[in-house]
Design a binder for this molecule. Structure first.
Ligand SMILES: [Mg+2]
Length: 412
């Protein structure tokens, strides 16, 4: 099997409502680039990349000369062809490598007529548990979807998601409002859902002082972990020494050098593996092996996903014996998907691992065309800006919080 072509199509898929985070916002849509890698046997492998609210079409098309004639089975060679570790100092292609790796794994599975999980070690579980990923959010289009700003609104939102999807783990994405307000929100969740588990992630924008204060103030709750309360391995380590809650990161253990540093001098107890940040599904499995040896916990990170990327997270989750925490996904905030059959459903807080060959998902061509057109209409968006706060940008540690007493306005 040889690769003959690569195509990239950027789509914009609406979210139910804009999602706020410490860096700004997802402006009411996810901009994702769908990658199709075609082989000489007529098969097409699927990949996906997003991030930053920007199209990556041109970047992928520029890689066609690297890929033509490459055998998709040669995944290790692919790593060096696309993202040689020292050449990457100049061209920074890890995320593109990930999307192409997804497509090659999909091609191999389709060629052999086996699901991706069978290429990756075999499944330990048939479905993967997910956390409800709760965001503060502006109202949705036309006010049909209400804002989430106050503890009461957050609990109501979580209750609706739990009822619809069956979640029993709740992750609050914070770093938006003053920590005292977010603490009140977090504790309101704990009170509303006794027996459920919780995690809080302010995307590393708290000062050490605020991180310690927040960590201390939640020690009595059923926490999975405190995720990136402050920036950096040393910052996390300083919190970890004084707070009795496991610490997790998806920001400063995203490659093997950082994993080694965290093994030698532990800062995070739980590593959130991201199939995009780590450069593919297979590097995540390699990292999981290191975590198994050194008794680090694992979860699956979400960097925003449509059905193709979600499938990579499901196949990863299926094969990791030491996945002891629910995965994260933004998926339930999307209004639609580009895969055949529409959005993959949650059942009792879990999503079934696709059973078909390769990644087990296929494109709905009409949906791809519809959302590619939508992308042409609405375009990119700056992930690190909040359109409701003109001129604002965050600093780290942050002190420029949104006002919890002002109702959020519709954006996008
Ligand atoms: Mg995080």
């Amino acid at each position: 099997m040889k690769i003959t072509d690569i195509r990239a199509t950027t789509v914009a898929v609406p979210l139910e409502a804009p999602l706020l985070h410490s860096n700004g916002a997802h402006w009411g849509r996810f901009v994702r680039t769908i990658v199709e890698v075609e082989a000489d046997n007529g098969l097409v492998g699927l990949g996906e990349m997003g991030g930053g609210g920007q199209s990556a079409e041109v970047a992928f098309e520029a890689l066609a000369p690297y890929l033509e004639g490459h055998d998709p089975f040669e995944l290790e060679a692919l790593r060096f062809k696309i993202a040689n570790p020292t050449a990457s100092l100049y061209n920074n292609r890890t995320q593109m490598l990930a999307a192409i790796e997804f497509a090659c794994v999909d091609l191999i599975g389709k060629h052999l007529n086996v699901p991706a999980y069978d290429l990756l070690g075999g499944r330990i579980r048939d479905s993967v548990p997910f956390a409800s990923y709760l965001f503060f959010r502006n109202p949705g289009p036309g006010g049909a979807v209400p804002e989430v700003r106050t503890p009461e609104q957050l609990v109501e939102h979580a209750r609706a998601l739990k009822k619809e999807h069956g979640f029993s783990v709740h992750k609050l994405k914070g770093g938006v409002f003053p920590p005292s307000h977010e603490l009140e929100c977090y504790r309101a969740l704990a009170e509303a859902f006794p027996g459920d588990r919780l995690r809080y992630d302010p995307n590393a924008v708290l000062s050490l002082d605020e991180g310690l204060r927040f960590g201390k103030a939640i020690e009595d709750l059923d926490n999975d972990y405190l995720e990136d309360p402050v920036l950096g391995l040393e910052g996390l380590r300083a919190v970890r020494e004084r707070v009795n809650v496991p610490l997790a990161t998806n920001t400063v253990v995203v490659n093997f050098e950082q994993l080694a540093a965290n093994v030698l001098r532990r800062s995070a107890d739980v590593v959130l593996l991201d199939t995009t940040f780590w450069g593919g599904i297979r590097p995540c499995i390699k990292a999981a092996g290191v975590c198994e040896t050194f008794q680090l916990g694992l979860a699956v990170h979400s960097s925003g996903e449509l059905g193709i990327q979600l499938a990579t997270m499901l196949h990863l989750g299926a094969v990791l014996p030491n996945l002891t925490y629910a995965a994260d996904a933004h998926y339930h905030h999307l209004s639609d998907d580009v895969i055949e059959g529409g959005k993959l459903p949650y059942e009792n807080g879990r999503i079934a691992v696709p059973q078909g060959p390769g990644l087990g998902v296929s494109l709905d061509r009409d949906k791809v065309a519809e959302y590619a057109e939508h992308y042409r209409e609405v375009g990119d968006y700056p992930y690190d800006r909040d359109p409701s706060r003109p001129g604002w940008y965050p600093i780290v540690p942050n002190e420029r919080w949104a006002d919890p007493d002002s109702p959020l306005i519709p954006i996008g």
